[in-house]
Design a protein around this ligand. Sequence first.
Ligand code: HXC
Length: 562
Amino acid sequence: MLRCEILLPDKGFFGHERECYRFSLTFSGFYTILARVFPHNTSVFQRPWGGSMQAILDELEAKRKQARLGGGQARIDKQHAKGKLTARERIELLVDEGSFEEYDTFVAHRCTDFGMENDRPMGDGVVTGWGTVNGRLIYVFSQDFTVFGGSLSETHAQKICKIMDMALRNGAPVIGLNDSGGARIQEGVASLAGYADVFLRNVKASGVVPQISVIMGPCAGGAVYSPAMTDFIFMVEDSSYMFVTGPDVVKTVTNEVVTAEELGGARTHTSKSSVADAAFASDVEALTQTRRFVDFLPLSAREKPPVRPSNDTATRIEMSLDTLVPANPNMPYDMKELIAKIADEGDFFEIQEAYAKNMITGFVRLEGKSVGIVANQPMVLAGCLDIDSSRKAARFVRFCDAFNIPILTLVDVPGFLPGTSQEYSGIIKHGAKLLFAFAETTVPKVTVITRKAYGGAYDVMSSKHIGGDVNYAWPTAEIAVMGAKGATEILYRSELDDPDKIAARTKEYENRFANPFVAAEKGFIDEVIMPHSTRRRVVRAFSSLENKMVDKPNRKHDNIPL
Ligand code: HXC
């Protein structure tokens, strides 16, 4: 190797020559130092083997340009023709302008089978790095479908693992933009190992940093399990799909004929399977909404959620809420109206809007601080608890608790949904999930019962008994074991053929139990409040709970009925 020796004089304090240091440098090291000392005049340092410093920089820029082209212009055009953005265009939209720092731009795969050694595109099908969303750090990986269909190779997985490790160390969310043909077929088991490395990190990061998956193309086979272990999955309508086995295999095995969209498209997963938490019409909308969503979350479980300045006054009165609950207890009303009227500026980010609509989950801000909403929806199935709604709310409650997001529970629940289908499918275990989830939370919890709170569902919906911190009821609340009609039919079975007697008994039961005061007498309700002052009451309750501390039992982990 060519080496040169340079004698560098070291000036003493008074400028005299004190001694000489001897450096041994390679030629390229020497020119690197010169370039650092004279950064603006690189062209004067001609390398002895030809080419200027400028040429080196140009070479780097050319390499970067090449890398940015991924699988080439023709494949980029194909991606655009499908209405999809490229991996880099997606990142540009996700993060603040100019904030993206890319890592591993020049990583290439190491596969030598099937002639792969002759095709080693830079980046290897995934763009990774970090950026900011409204000034807050996030780590991102974005699969590049133009490079081997975004398929996951050993090195592709290593890039993802690297930024996941960084996110964990530095306490910031990981956002995955998924668009991939799955395991890199040419790499075989090395690719499967890569997936497993990612899976392990998904689990290690769970409850430490928020993980969000945005599915923007294919996501099939075992590849679905990484998003499945993240906290939220968003999908793009008509261009993304997720399934363990595709339509062809389904046809072979079960003889069912189904399209990819029907089997695993955004509508299927947001309304039928509950695998996905939201669907958006396009790449642009999905990324814009992901930015909005990130604003509700803390960067990690080490932090409290962010506070966003709000012009909405905490004392805002909403007189219309006094008439929200209809006089007829069997008439529905829209619980989302109450949510909008409580929330800062009416802003509500709903999670799983199209699934188990009898339960509403999502995020609002109160005095600028994120709060998770869990609410029964009387408009659907009278707001009762069933398997789907219990599972939906349980997972949401656990996310909020893991990330220090207080929970506001709005209750109008006539009980658990009866029927063989529910019982055979395990409503006992699934309902217990919600009960368990609420009971194990330590975040501040405020509950407002607007109307019905019957039976076991009263206990489950963040009642005082399982850890509700401040529990309010509207004067329209009915807190009882069951509705008056059901109760009298059981208690006075012998009088059932006398309608007048039964009507009188029902009235008597209503007068005694169809109100919040029996529960309030016992201290199970902290106060009966005016509906119009709900926002003020709830905001003040949460502010009183800011420094809540709870001792947790010493154990490895609990055993939620999965
Ligand atoms: C290597 C792949 C690839 C893969 C696609 N490509 N999938 N290369 N490994 N898994 C390449 C194609 O060869 C093609 O290269 C380019 O990506 C685009 O693919 P097309 O087929 O032209 O695109 P399209 O018609 O849009 O179809 C997309 C697709 C299809 C539906 C994803 O490519 C496909 O079915 N791929 C195979 C999917 C699969 O079976 N994967 C393995 C699943 S098992 P050129 O050079 O022509 O552009 C799995 C196990 C994970 O993932 C286990 C984890 C535990």
